[in-house]
Design a protein around this ligand. Sequence first.
Ligand SMILES: [Cu+2]
Length: 598
Amino acid sequence: MREVTRRKFMTLAATVGVAAASGEAEGFSPGPPPTEIPSTFNSAVEVDGMLPVAAPEDFVPDLVLDAAFITKILDGHKVRLRAYNGVIPGPMIETRAGRTLKIRVTNSLTPEANPGWAGDMDVPHEMEHTNLHLHGLDIAPHIFEPLGTSDVGAPMISIAPGQYKDYPFVIPSDQSPGLNWYHPHSHGSTAIQGVSGMAGGLIVKGAIDEVPEIKAAKDYPLVVQDIGLFPTDKSGADYSDSYEPKQNAMWQTFGGNVTIYNPQTGKADPTNLKCGFTTGDYALRYYLLNGEPFFKETHNDDKPTNPHAKQMEPQVFKLRSGEVVRFRLLNACSDLMMPVQVEQHAMYLLAMDGNNFDAPEVLEWNNNVPQVTLGPANRAEFLIKGGKPGKYRILQLEQTQQFLVGVQKTIAVIEVSGTPVNMKIPRELPPIRRDAPIEDHEIKKTRYFVFSSEFPGVRNPVVGIDFYVNNQLYDEFAVPTTVFLNQCEEWHIIVPSGEHGGTEGHPFHIHVNDFEVKSIAGIKQRRDLIQDTIWVQQNTASVIRMRFKEWTGKSVFHCHILPHEDTGMMQNFLILPDVPAMDMSEKSMKSLKLERQR
Ligand SMILES: [Cu+2]
């Protein structure tokens, strides 16, 4: 049972205002302007290695994120989606290192009357319960109750409809400036809420923004999300119910129907339902850029892993020849891996996952070769210098590393026209300070984590497919991995071959500390590549190195394909303050004996 903070719900009029969009580029709807957290509220809390605990009673939020259903027209369909503050994506948050970001999450989602959950945590459940994860910030553990807890048995934060929770996020003074994001992380409902629209960008402003060449460039966040839809069960089915599966209802990609597992017979019984939980395939799915659809997929009965695909009208960003613009691309999709290229333009890569390099990395354009690859949850920030007049596509190239074929998509178009200018690309960038290179001799432990799956599911029959980390499904109350503060570790994230349980690539993400990417599929990476998520292709390993910096507590790492995460591909880990001394004194041995006799 979950014993979580049960405070009385308070309706807040003071939600952050959302002003009208004012995009400079034609057809560009950038969504609401960034929500700058006022500095007056942000006297940083003194950090002493053991923070934070629960929000104080007199907590005054800088920002209220209200989760609620919205109804909107999407490509002619009336749909019901879940959103933060009524907008998709959620409001762009801007903040700075060293501040305390005081966020209140209110849950105004309608309570579901959806009985039948048997309490198995790896079956999607409590679909309207939520919580909040700030993804990419090196902040204290905030997934378990109370915030920052080191109690191995601590339950996950689960804000029920009608409740709220206050989060005093203390951002380290050396947090790298760049693009991060936020999304729900309540185990069992993360995927459903993610493909309903609940995600938003979070920009940490800082030194890189003061580099003259970057300061002069227009700054375009590109938030890519997917929206998964199923028709209603009523006659004259439409999509107005959005994605609200009945408890234990599973969409069968290969059967093209919805089943419910019968524990008596051990079989998945067919139903007449149209909507079920899915591990990737939807009746109808849209890919959005800053809230507007650019691509559409529908289920394909003949080739289930190859959805019918349709490119929609992409948004256009206008720039001049020689003009430099800054794009900040966030892959907030529930499960799409995105190899990206900008046609006939070099990409000047500034940062991955909100951590800038010491100098832009020049990635020349080559037809059909990705300039950067974003797993689900990754971010890439880059400059583009307008070339010859013309229209050029920002492409997600086709990839076949996943269960469903990821066909090529035009995310947006850049249109080069007008009077030429000659803007410059910076030669150097202000070095980030938080992630000092980890030397070989600092590695205290090497660990191996295998991300595999089993179909049909053996241990998760209700879902019908098992997603494992080291051959285990997620257990909220188990802590298989314990690490120590200020120590460094090397982790090998392995996705095995087909014979050994590998079926597709998985994006590994860990909370609390970013990591150094040592190698990908055996290929050594640049020294200053710091990420929080990494794509691991089938039959390869990615090697990362982490230093567990000031925060202690219970947290998680997981696959960032949200349906995989929700159904088991996650593990807890615990950061302890120091290595305990082995006490073999007579007294402690005696108490140990007494303990055993009880
Ligand atoms: Cu996965």
